[in-house]
Design a protein around this ligand. Sequence first.
Ligand code: F6R
Length: 367
Amino acid sequence: EKGGYEHFMLKEIFEQPKSILDTMRGRLLADEGIIKMAGIWDHLERLTNAERIIIIACGTSWHAGLIGEYLIEEFARVPVEVEYASEFRYRNPIISSKDVVIAISQSGETADTMAAIKLAKEKGAFVFGICNVVDSSISRYTDAGAYTHAGPEIGVASTKAFTAQLTILSLIAIKLGNHNGNLGKADFMRLITELEAIPKKVEDVLKTVDEAVKTIAKKFADATNFLYLGRGYNFPAALEGALKLKEISYIHAEGYPAAEMKHGPIALIDENMPIVIIAPKVGHYDKIVSNVQEIKARKGQVIAIINKGDTQVAAMADYIIEIPETSECFSPILASVPLQLLSYYIAVERGANVDQPRNLAKSVTVE
Ligand code: F6R
């Protein structure tokens, strides 16, 4: 049932071209310039008239939520807050019937997320769910929703569910922006054409990065710490990369916005510190170039995720992993794939139980 792969996690990483496509299927009709989503369509006014959207989730789903915030604010210009479900539920949050809550959960069974949804509903908010497991508790309890069609995720570390969540959030943000007039026709068309090309680009990543990632994994399998850095949309991708490493390799890792390095973490950098930096040629690329310079001046070991054909970061980095170009808003999908593989191969090198990491469960139904 692992389809010839050694672990479910590896199988699920390699399934992503298909799981992303399945999540878009029937919803993204790029040729016709249409995004069709029943769950959104039926509640379009409620969503676009929201004074505020609050995204609640835990763990990897919370990281997807952070990227959702960037997407929705950029394209639909609706203010978004992202909260850990566990914090939200215990702090008497300000919430009213003018708010829309988007709850994200792979399993649809996470106790903290469920409790936060109940609280939001009591206060009159409209709750939209993004779940992967069909007919799960959260998917049944929410007012409306959209499933990620990633298929069953068995490995405890979430991989294909995460990229499916990013796909759904992209569709929602672009749809809302198109509907409320904040996203012009030309930009709308450009974005949906880009999004449609993502599954093929993920396939390209999977076909080309394996050797580079394995070499890096061998080199750093005994590291005790890692830093993950990214800017803009790739800051949450850095958080997610660090979480994957912690979960399955038991190596301490921290994700940071690259510009925050100078406010503290830079003190950690020496020749023994591996630093994964997500540096595609998007957004503030020139700033990322200076971040890499700062790290190299302190002899940190730079593992850079760059676009094919990049020369500036490539010239300074100790190791490079190349991904295809895409719009900044979709770049976390492509950058996440080698980060998943890196944590996987490091865990394998260390002989860790990849699919069943210690102390973790697939659905966290305890509070
Ligand atoms: C990460 C991971 C956890 C879950 C979190 C939320 O790989 O598996 O951090 O993301 O427990 O779970 P769901 O999405 O099922 O609510």
